[in-house]
Every structure is written in structure tokens, then in C-alpha cells.
Ligand binder design. Structure first.
Ligand code: FAD
Length: 363
């Protein structure tokens, strides 16, 4: 039995949900969005992400399960579809205990602890010997992760969905229920999947006050440091971060960053950019030629994105809004890629439940 499904939003959450849903030919899918891959806008988080797989979900939480369940899917795409713009890359993780009570230390607390749950998920996990750690580092580890070139991966997802028959249309909605009447069949959609990220704070019918931005500023450079690096915190302020990753397929190296809650500023702060570059060169001097400082960095651009953070975690649940069945899948903070398949699979199980209930009601 064919089902009409609208996916509202074309960031990594909407596209992953549409990609998985489109594998069932019974699902007739329309993806509607204000922004699509190729756009760069402060209202659209996905293009700005690094993006890599650095698990941060606390042991025993849904978040942990979403990240654990996403690794096999990212690994499979990396191995099977080189054109998707993802590659394997080693990751070096450093922990300073003194960062733990700070915003970034808290965000990374699971990532940096010795013996984390994800050691059994990612390949080649090993603790680093003290001799390989800087004087202020308490513990460190190394594993093989992935780094996603979002400028290649998001269009790849669009291509996969299109190949499976999904239809993409630009649209802007003031109220979530209106999206049900914009399915390409001309009929009302059986279900709308809400993947609007931070905009769910302002979207009629949703108006989720638990959403807030965690502002991330980055510098994209042509230099290549080799492995990815992340550390629990910096001495430059409790909402400043230090990480770097080189994207697949010529995507450049992302130098990060910041984690500034409630900060909506879309413009890069030049002073913060300076600190980001200085920290990066200090921890990975191989980024530049010997004897060089930040003048050795070859800058592609300065950027800002807003992570769609939500108090209490992402919202993945069923809802009925003005007679329209809605499944929410938003609020993924700084982990929208690394939890994308786990979250979308959970949303899809709710979509299936809703569709079965509708079928039963019709019989
Ligand atoms: P978005 O990408 O914001 O997409 C929302 C979609 O909804 C858009 O298409 C938009 O146009 C549409 N929309 C919204 N409102 C409406 C409306 N009213 N009508 C029509 N359409 C609408 N995550 C990781 O896993 N790993 C990383 O390394 C990583 N690094 C990051 C670095 C930075 C600097 C930033 C900013 C984020 C990072 N993230 C990372 C987090 C990740 O980018 C986000 O969690 C993810 O992109 C959220 O995706 P989304 O699809 O939910 O939302």
C-alpha cells in the first residue's frame, strides 16, 4: 500500500531519514525545504559541520545508542561509495581533567575519558602512552574515525533519494501542518517528518522553547595536519574548543572552534579566528612549515554555524498537530552526522507505527 510522506528539512537529518524511507518503494516521498544542499546560510547547520565521528553520548543513554548504531552505516558508505565524500582518518583525542566542568569539557566528557564505550565500536582503538602526551595532558587515545566532506555527502544523499523516486521541492512554512498539503501527489500526506533543526523553535505548531544555538566558528584551510585532533578544552575561555579534521575529496581542513550557547551571531569574530589558528598550530605544528606560525596557514574561508542544541536531547517522537500526524526528528546539537542513522532509524520506526495505525483505521 503506497504511503504519502513529507520530509520537512534537507539537512543531514532530513536527508538521512528520506534516504532510508526511500528504500521502501511503498513510500512516496516529498522532501520540502527552505535550504537545500549547495546553500550556505546561518539557518542551515549541516553544510558548516566538520564533520566527523567523535562519540559524545553518555553511557546507557539513547544518545549512546544512536551513535553506536550510526557507525556501521557510515563505515559501509565509506567503503562502498567513495563518491559519497567520506574517508577513514585516524583521530587523536586528548584530555585535561581541569576542563571537565567547562562547557566544552562537558560536551567532550565521554569522548575523552579512558576506556570509553565506543572503544568496542570504532577500529584500532588504543590508549596513548604517557610518553606521547604533552605535559598538561592527563590521558589520550587514538582510533580510526571518518571525516565527511559535507559539500559532497549532502548532494550524494539527495542523489540516492532521487534515484529511489523521492521528489525535492523548495518551500517555506510558517506552520508545520501546512507541509502535509504540499506532497507532490497533490494529496494530503499521511505523515510529516519534522527535520527542521533549530528552526523548530519558531515553526508554528512546534515552537520548541528547549532549542538553543551552540555557535561554532571555524577556519577552513588548505594545510593538512595528518590525523584529526580533539582536546577537552582550551585556556582561552570555557566555550572555546580546539579540534581539526581534514575532509575527504579535497574538502580542506577544518580548524575549530567554539561552543557558544545562546549566541546567534552569524559573523565570524576575527579575534576568535586568531585564537583558533594559534591553538591549532601550537598543538599540530606540522600544519605549517618549520619555523612558521599562523602566517603559514593558507585560509580558504572563515565560517560560522549554529548547532541545533536542545535541553534534554533531540526530540524524536510522534505528535498530532491540527489533524496532521507528525514525527519529530530535530535538536541534534553537535552530533547530527555521527548520530544521523541511529536517530533516523528511530524516527522511521515511529513513522511505520503511525502508518500502521492509519491502515488499521481505514480497514
Ligand atoms: P539543518 O541542517 O539546520 O537543516 C534544517 C532544514 O530544515 C533545512 O533544510 C532548512 O531549510 C529546513 N527548514 C527549517 N525551517 C523550515 C521551514 N519553516 N520551512 C521549510 N524548511 C525549513 N555533527 C557531527 O555529527 N559531527 C561533527 O563533526 C559536527 N561538526 C559541527 C561543526 C559545526 C561548526 C557545526 C555548526 C555543527 C557541527 N555538527 C557536527 C552538528 C551538525 O552539523 C548538526 O547537528 C546537523 O547539521 C543538524 O542537521 P539538521 O538536518 O537537523 O538541521
Amino acid at each position: 500500500m503506497p504511503y504519502n510522506i513529507v520530509v520537512l528539512g534537507a539537512g543531514v537529518s532530513g536527508l538521512t531519514t528520506a534516504y532510508l524511507l526511500s528504500q521502501d518503494p511503498d513510500n512516496k516521498i516529498t522532501v520540502l525545504a527552505k535550504h537545500m544542499p549547495g546553500d550556505y546560510d546561518i539557518e542551515y547547520a549541516s553544510p558548516w559541520a566538520g564533520a566527523n565521528y567523535m562519540p559524545v553520548g553518555k553511557q546507557g543513554s539513547n544518545h549512546q545508542a544512536w551513535e553506536r548504531d550510526t557507525w556501521p552505516a557510515l563505515k559501509k558508505i565509506t567503503e562502498k561509495y567513495p563518491e559519497a565524500g567520506i574517508h577513514f582518518l585516524d583521530a587523536l583525542i586528548y584530555n585535561r581533567k581541569k576542563d571537565q566542568e567547562k562547557a566544552t569539557g562537558n560536551w567532550f566528557s565521554e569522548l575523552v575519558r579512558p576506556n570509553p564505550w565506543y572503544k568496542d565500536v570504532v577500529p584500532n582503538f588504543m590508549g596513548l602512552p604517557k610518553s606521547q602526551l604533552g605535559p598538561d595532558i592527563d590521558n589520550g587515545q587514538k582510533f580510526t574515525s571518518v571525516c565527511i566532506n559535507t559539500a559532497v555527502y549532502l548532494p550524494w544523499l539527495v542523489g540516492q533519494c532521487t534515484k529511489n523516486g523521492a521528489v525535492f521541492k523548495r518551500a517555506v512554512f510558517k506552520h508545520i501542518a501546512d507541509a502535509a498539503y504540499a506532497h507532490h501527489s497533490g494529496q494530503k500526506a499521511d505523515v510529516v517528518v519534522n527535520c527542521t533543526g533549530l528552526s523548530s523553535k519558531f515553526l508554528g505548531g512546534v515552537l520548541d522553547e528547549k532549542l538553543l544555538p551552540a555557535r561554532g566558528q571555524i577556519v577552513v584551510v588548505r594545510n593538512d595536519p595528518g590525523p584529526m585532533v580533539s582536546i577537552s578544552g582550551t585556556d582561552d575561555g570555557e566555550d572555546e574548543a580546539l579540534y581539526m579534521m581534514t575532509r575527504a575529496a579535497g574538502g580542506g581542513t577544518i580548524l575549530g572552534g567554539s561552543y557558544q550557547k545562546h549566541n546567534w551571531d552569524a559573523l565570524p569574530d576575527p579575534n576568535l579566528a586568531n585564537r583558533i589558528m594559534k591553538r591549532a598550530v601550537a598543538i599540530a605544528p606540522q600544519l605549517v612549515k618549520e619555523g612558521q606560525g599562523i602566517e603559514g596557514l593558507d585560509i580558504i574561508r572563515h565560517s560560522v554555524g549554529l548547532r541545533p542544541l536542545r535541553e534534554g536531547g533531540p526530540r524524536i517522537e510522534k505528535d498530532l498537530i491540527d489533524g496532521v500526524t507528525v514525527v519529530h526528528n530535530y535538536g541534534h546539537g553537535g552530533f547530527g552526522y555521527q548520530a544521523s542513522f541511529g536517530c533516523s532509524e528511530m524516527a522511521i520506526s515511529l513513522v511505520k507505527e503511525a502508518l500502521q495505525n492509519k491502515t488499521r483505521a481505514k480497514l
